[in-house]
Design a protein around this ligand. Structure first.
Ligand SMILES: Cc1cc2nc3c(=O)[nH]c(=O)nc-3n(C[C@H](O)[C@H](O)[C@H](O)COP(=O)(O)OP(=O)(O)OC[C@H]3O[C@@H](n4cnc5c(N)ncnc54)[C@H](O)[C@@H]3O)c2cc1C
Length: 406
């Protein structure tokens, strides 16, 4: 009998962990495993805001796929997925086509701009290594230009972050730490640089613990961040943004707007004709797509409803990594025809958000609140634990975060 072809799309948290687990669970004559990714590296999306601020070099964030995947067991294809044809069991790539018996969709997220004029064209987004590196270089360019131009253009020193969710707040923390160093490098007085957050709700981190939110805001404010809450971004132009607050439209001159206020699942899911809910596949308990017994969805492409609240679980790296265990186990069961598939049960350990390298907040393990150094250490433990799971002690030593006290 022909060996089944298992194809994994995307080497993000969900995809690469599924590949790493399958290479241990299955032997080479049981199945052919193919992993497809746009780049020849995996990147830790949860560190990208540090790369975008310039507080962490992007080489720390990316991990060559061949360093963690055994390429004798998993065939790696560096290519871009264009579409999936589930009826024909085929995946169209920019440079070819793949047939599958079992498919895992782990293509992650895209930024959602909600049709706000000019955002797509003029704002920056923290999506991958390339977009993060571009923001970092753009910040430096504008600081250099400010000093170079005879006529001083203060818009070059105004940095606007759209959205005060976890990504926006994390990025503000990194900026607050980075700006003093940039000012020193470019001989600019720190007091004329503005870091401005625009948030639609009355507070940042809406829905999160109020005490921790207050802590986060005052930590950031003490380092120069300005919050404009209850404000809606109306338009993003190359040299300014327009927002509305209390019924009035206002402008901020800026060349740097970083949009961190919305993500959606990769549009390939929706465009390939899968039944979807807000662009995500509402998976069954075993993480398979509702209409296809041979298609699994994972991470930001999968939607899972919390039965207690009847609303979707937020998409996180934590969930993607947990799901990879269920997906790998269930694929093994299908290949070895051993019977029942496992149900995925989310086991949420909480949320920890960094506010720069030396401050953080967290709500972990049944509402245990943390802030300051304790939360910083917890965040690094979480990051390091992932590296250990993915690539063992060697990877942890190469890429881990051990810098607690600066
Ligand atoms: C700045 C930031 C900070 C975050 N912080 C946290 C945090 O602290 N904790 C937390 O739990 N979550 C956090 N998240 C959310 C978390 O990163 C995502 O939920 C997680 O990355 C989802 O994992 P995934 O496997 O679904 O996709 P991803 O990790 O996004 O990976 C998708 C992969 O698919 C590849 N890909 C995409 N399109 C194609 C294509 N067309 N062809 C081929 N390959 C393709 C990409 O290159 C990538 O490798 C953060 C997100 C951001 C942006």
């Amino acid at each position: 009998m022909k060996k089944p072809d298992i194809v994994i799309l995307g080497a993000g948290y969900g995809g690469i962990m599924t590949a790493v687990k399958l290479q241990k669970k299955l032997n080479m004559n049981e199945a052919t495993i193919t992993l497809v990714n746009k780049y020849d590296y995996h990147y830790q999306t949860t560190w990208l805001h540090e790369n975008a601020a310039g507080t962490l070099h992007h080489d720390r964030t990316r991990i060559p796929i061949k360093d963690v995947v055994d390429t004798d067991k998993v065939h790696f294809v560096m290519d871009t997925v264009v579409s999936i044809k589930p009826e024909k069991k085929k995946v169209k790539l920019e440079n070819g086509e793949l047939y599958y018996d079992i498919l895992v969709i782990g293509l992650g997220f895209e930024t959602a701009t909600f049709g706000i004029p000019g955002l797509k064209e003029n704002a920056f987004t923290i999506e991958n290594i390339n977009s993060a590196r571009l923001i970092k270089d753009h910040l430096e360019y504008n600081f250099a230009m400010y000093q170079y131009e005879d006529e001083k253009n203060h818009g070059r020193l105004n940095i606007v972050v759209g959205g005060g969710g976890f990504t926006g707040v994390g990025y503000l923390g990194e900026l607050a730490n980075r700006i003093p160093a940039l000012c020193e490098e470019y001989d600019i007085n720190k007091s004329i640089v503005r870091i401005i957050n625009i948030e639609g709700e009355s507070t940042v981190l809406p829905g999160f613990d109020p005490q921790l939110t207050e802590y986060a805001m005052s930590s950031l404010e003490s380092r120069g961040v300005e919050f404009i809450t209850g404000a809606v971004l109306k338009e993003c132009k190359p040299d300014r943004i327009i927002y509305e607050k209390d019924g009035r439209e206002m402008e901020i001159p800026t060349y740097t707007t970083v949009w961190a206020a919305g993500v959606r699942a990769n549009t390939i899911v929706e465009e390939s004709g899968f039944e979807h809910n807000h662009g995500k596949i509402e998976v069954r308990h075993d993480l398979r797509a509702p209409d296809y017994d041979d298609v699994f969805a994972i991470g930001d492409c999968a939607l899972i409803i919390d039965e207690k609240t009847d609303s979707p679980y937020p998409s996180t790296a934590q969930m993607a990594v947990q799901q990879s265990e269920t997906v790998a186990h269930n694929i093994m069961s299908l290949v070895q025809e051993t019977g029942e598939l496992d149900e995925y049960k989310p086991h949420l350990l909480g949320t920890v958000t960094s506010l720069g390298n030396n401050d953080a907040i967290g709500d972990v393990l049944n509402n245990r609140k943390m802030f300051g150094m304790k939360a910083v250490i917890m965040k690094k433990i979480i990051d390091n634990r992932y590296l250990l799971k993915l690539g063992g002690v060697g990877l942890l030593m190469r890429k881990g975060k051990f810098n607690i006290f600066y």
